[in-house]
Unconditional design. Structure first.
Length: 501
């Protein structure tokens, strides 16, 4: 049994959004003087749980206790005043203020009602020395790189009287030296009795730094484990929800087939989004699966092909000719289509109707100076709704009123109207019900049978295995291996992901 005392306890936390269980009866206990990892794939509930802990969301059920006393923060400021400090991956400081002012914003030392600017400057310099940052604290925050801004945000979070420090992907923009500095600071805070919740997708950092691990999946707690007692392969099995037959076996990876008839070919491609050394090919009718944990580089490959991120080296060929999409419009013109991972933010235009959402891509492809005739538009919309079985009482209904599965079908139908030769699907079944899930998988198989090439990124290994004829396994934005043909199985894919670096 641990001798540490619990600082923050979450008991039976529940949170629902529009009938969907984002969190279901989740327990979490942070002890004084420990670094505790919170892990899970996208949609597992990590962000929602953090927002409940910090007052950004109100819980629907359950109890929060800080040092044994029930708390119910109504806003993030309440949590900060109670001693719960949070640093997010996206720097949430004010770029138009100085570094020093950002560090002490909202808690400026005063004397006779006046802010003590000299003390703020001196305190800021002393604080940043702990992070080995020798910078001008009077300069604007915006004058420094994102990595330095992140360290400044972390310094603000650890300063003061924090009892609990929550770090959400704190190392995503830091280099190796900066990560080492941060880890030294965190170990010092641990020794001083601060409870630290560490959210990351870098498993090497989890095993280097943390004492315990809590795994979430589909809004529920899978379990809490001592880091030293949890083999990496078992951790990944918990995150993916897969029981492996023999995780230790050598996974049967095969080299890719000949590329003579390749429609799309990537050779040693690196890009400015961090992906490097990507090599694969796709023929007409292929379904290429992209597998790996959160942050492995699945979505980054999709972004490269759709012109959202630039290629820095390597070669992409389309029908045997060099191809480097400079923008999404360039990719669309060459027959690419993308259904993005974040349906709400990047997929649908919420204020617009179902009809308007359906017609967007085709109209953009033709050019806004060539409007689609009303009769043609009406027929296209009717065929799309019928063809994909979109449950919609009226095509003029706002798309935001549709279920998640029907919104996903609208996005798919929108792109199918453009008759793409390569359809890219990033997490196509996330957040939809079982019926819509089955229909989308059936559609993927039909599109491949009709000769369309699909590239599908998914955290659901089972669905990738169900339709892919080739699976690329990714880790740390690099290609681990390619599994294809008869060698494809859930066990082979998860074994590849779990293999030590």
């Amino acid at each position: 049994m641990s001798e540490r005392q619990p600082v923050l306890q979450l008991k039976g936390i529940c949170k629902r959004f529009k009938g969907v269980n984002a969190l279901n009866n989740v327990d979490l206990e942070l002890e004084a003087g420990e670094i505790h990892a919170l892990l899970g794939e996208n949609g597992a509930g990590k962000s929602t749980l953090i927002k409940v802990m910090t007052g950004a969301y109100s819980k629907d059920a359950g109890r929060l206790e800080l040092n044994g006393i029930a708390i119910s923060p109504q806003k993030p400021f309440d949590a900060q005043m109670a001693g719960i400090s949070t640093v997010y991956q996206e720097v949430n400081l004010l770029p138009n203020l100085s570094v020093a002012h950002n560090l002490y914003l909202g808690r400026e030392p005063r004397r006779f009602g006046c802010i003590q600017w000299k003390k703020i400057r001196n305190d800021a310099q002393n604080l940043l020395r702990r992070f080995e940052l020798d910078i001008d604290v009077e300069a604007l925050l915006s004058s420094y790189s994102i990595a330095i801004q992140q360290l400044i945000a972390i310094a603000r979070g650890v300063d003061g009287s924090a009892k609990v420090l929550i770090l959400d992907e704190p190392t995503a923009s830091l280099d190796a030296r900066e990560v080492a500095t941060l880890f030294r600071i965190l170990r010092g805070l641990k020794e001083s009795g601060v409870a630290i919740l560490f959210v990351t997708h870098f498993l090497d950092q989890v095993y280097e730094l943390t004492d315990r691990i809590t795994v979430l999946r589909n809004g529920e707690r899978v379990g809490t484990f001592a880091t030293r007692d949890l083999p990496r392969n078992e951790l990944i099995a918990h995150m993916l929800g897969k029981e492996l037959q023999s995780i230790e076996q050598t996974h049967p990876c095969r080299p890719p087939e000949g590329t003579a008839d390749a429609l799309l070919q990537m050779t040693d491609v690196s890009a400015d989004n961090g992906v490097s050394g990507i090599r694969f090919h796709a023929r007409r009718g292929d379904a290429i699966g992209l597998a790996g944990l959160l942050g492995s580089g699945r979505s980054e490959i999709c972004s490269i092909l759709f012109g959202l991120d630039g290629v820095t080296s390597g070669e992409i060929k389309l029908v045997g000719k060099p191809f480097r999409p400079a923008s999404p419009s360039d990719a669309i013109a060459r027959g690419f289509a993308l259904c993005p991972e974040d349906r709400k933010i990047e997929g649908i235009a919420d204020p617009l109707s179902v009809r308007e959402n359906l017609i967007l891509a085709l109209q953009a492809q033709r050019g806004w100076w060539r409007p689609i005739r009303f009769a043609e538009e009406k027929e296209l919309v009717a065929n799309a709704i019928a063809g994909l079985k979109i449950v919609c009482s009226d095509a003029e209904k706002p798309i935001g009123e549709l279920s998640g599965g029907n919104q996903q079908k609208v996005i798919l139908a929108r792109w199918l109207m453009t008759k793409p030769q390569i359809l890219i699907l990033d997490e196509p079944t996330r957040g939809i019900d079982i019926g819509a899930h089955a229909e989308i998988l059936q559609l993927i198989r039909k599109l491949c049978a009709d000769g369309m090439t699909l590239i599908v990124a998914s955290s659901e290994i089972e669905e990738l295995v169900a339709f892919s004829n080739r699976i690329l396994v990714m880790r740390d934005k690099k290609l681990l291996c390619t599994i294809e043909g008869d060698a494809i199985s859930e066990n082979a894919v998860v074994s590849a992901i779990a293999r030590p670096a």
